[in-house]
Design a binder for this molecule. Structure first.
Ligand code: SF4
Length: 350
């Protein structure tokens, strides 16, 4: 369990046994532990005072040693299409970004798992800024809790995607902990973990009893392209990555999402569209084509193909019997689209 700035224990992300240890000499009865846990993970209580089913005396005793402390939303940017980019600050001054996309009938929350990223994908702003610290499982869950309350999403059908800042499989223990906590309120069938293709992490994910949906950011049809575009992921060759995907246990009816950022003149040729179905042959996949979202930090020369080229690429994949969708990004005008999130430190914000 982490500590808040005033050194009291932070209940956000606490396990049942940690809560039991905190309550030990106040009220050790198991149902009290369950009540506190329920308030934290299902009701998303913002404070001890919210826990109205606990006796006031118990809340006061608990307050002497524990707090409920989520990251603070320090900035909100609304895009013209309704997408909202939120900046959330943690106690050490680190600020990360997350995104909320409200759609008809449901909303999708895009979470960050690290305050930066060591993979260094050339099409990604987070990667351009380099590595940052891991977020703990409690910090990731706190991000979710803060966003759900802020955006009034309590009780609404939600999808959660780990497609924000960071490579979740390079922060595996925290990811696994946050998935356990999320599973208390969201079915893991509505949670997607997106990876750049960290093979040992995929193998660990495959061993979890309860697994989320899987998305893999592929973006290349040759090793040369992938090594250039995603230097930190290229350590695991395409052949190894595809073997790990073939071995990945999928429940019936589930597919792996293959993400493919389209870059003009780089990975959008008819030869690429011919090679991609061959690489993916026999895998239960759906392919999301994502036209590149430019940002001032990207290398000059990286541009999205025109709509005609994008549609032709998609048509060639469909003709090869791949399930393919073009994901026209949301939130581009506020830098909330795929690959546009960045970290900062509060002292940099002035
Ligand atoms: S795309 Fe994902 S893995 Fe690649 S640098 Fe960005 S955050 Fe990291």
């Amino acid at each position: 369990m982490t500590r808040s700035p005033d050194l009291r224990y932070n209940l956000v992300g606490a396990t049942r046994s940690e809560i039991a240890a905190l309550l030990g000499d106040i009220d050790p009865r198991p149902y009290r532990v369950e009540q506190v846990y329920h308030w934290m993970v299902r009701r998303l209580a913002a404070s001890l005072d919210d826990m109205t089913s606990l006796p006031k005396a118990l809340r006061l005793s608990l307050a002497a040693r524990a707090v409920v402390h989520d990251p603070v939303i320090v900035e909100e940017l609304k895009a013209s299409d309704g997408t909202v980019k939120l900046a959330l600050g943690y106690d050490d001054g680190v600020v990360i970004e997350a995104v909320v996309m409200a759609m008809e009938g449901h909303a999708t929350i895009c979470l960050s798992s690290q305050a930066g990223c060591a993979v260094g994908c050339r099409f990604c702003v987070t990667g351009a800024f380099g590595p940052g610290r891991h977020l703990s499982g409690g910090e990731i869950f706190g991000q979710y809790r803060a966003i759900v309350r802020y955006a009034n999403l309590v009780g609404r059908p939600l999808n959660v995607v780990f497609m924000g800042m960071g490579e979740p499989l390079l922060n595996f223990d925290a990811l696994a902990r946050s998935l356990e906590l999320l599973a208390e309120t969201v079915s893991l069938r509505r949670v997607t973990v997106s990876t750049s293709g960290i093979v040992p992490g995929l193998e660990r994910l495959a061993r979890l009893d309860r697994r989320p949906n899987l998305a893999v950011s592929l973006n290349a049809t040759t090793q040369k392209q992938r090594s250039y575009l995603m230097p930190g992921a290229a350590r695991w060759p395409l052949s190894e990555l595809l073997a790990a995907l073939r071995a990945y246990p999928l429940e019936r009816g589930r597919r792996i999402t293959i993400e493919y950022v389209l870059l003009e003149g780089f990975n959008d040729s008819p030869e690429d569209a011919r090679r991609l179905p061959l690489l993916l042959r026999g895998l239960p996949v759906k392919v999301n084509l994502i036209p590149f979202n430019p940002d001032s930090v990207h290398l000059p020369g990286l541009v999205a193909p025109g709509d005609e080229r994008i549609n032709a690429f998609a048509a060639q994949l469909a003709a090869a019997h791949l399930n393919v969708t073009v994901r026209w990004s949301k939130g581009r005008d506020v830098g909330a689209a795929c690959g546009q999130l960045r970290s900062r430190h509060v002292t940099d914000r002035a």
